[in-house]
Design a protein around this ligand. Structure first.
Ligand code: ZN
Length: 140
């Protein structure tokens, strides 16, 4: 399955292109924006998780931010967008599309028993896909 439609173009080189690197994260922890060392994709996903949580929290308090938009808007400050092209992400996207198409949970068990990380990721992927669809429709 071709999942590259999620992001328009692959990055050809940026300051976060290769690990390790240092970047200030766009999420406030204990009242400050920390600078962190990034050594692998999982470090980046950790920050993405924080952004998702922060966005959900402000939505609980009455805002209505689109989670995927929030992530994509903040990603350039701490990561290369190619993270969305990595193998694990591609597999997740494929698994997500399959489970959506056949209306089955990607892992056995009810929604509440799905791994938390997967639930967050698929929520974000769904947002991304809907966003791309809306964009495609607008263009014709
Ligand atoms: Zn890059």
């Amino acid at each position: 399955m071709e999942a590259n439609f999620l992001i328009d173009e692959r990055c050809g080189g940026c300051r976060f292109h290769e690990y390790p690197y240092k970047a200030q994260i766009p999420v406030v922890i204990d009242g400050k924006y920390e600078e962190r060392h990034f050594t692998s994709d999982s470090d980046v996903w950790q920050i993405i998780d924080l952004i998702i949580k922060e966005t959900e929290q402000s939505n609980d308090e009455g805002s209505s931010f689109n989670i995927a938009e929030s992530v994509m808007a903040q990603l350039p400050f701490f990561a290369c967008k190619n993270i969305m092209f990595d193998r694990e992400s591609q597999q997740d996207i494929a698994r997500f599309m399959y489970s959506k198409q056949f209306n089955t949970p990607p892992y056995s068990g009810s929604y509440g028993e799905q791994p938390k990380k997967w639930v967050e990721k698929s929520f974000m992927l769904n947002n991304l896909i809907e966003r791309q669809k809306a964009k495609a429709m607008k263009h014709g």
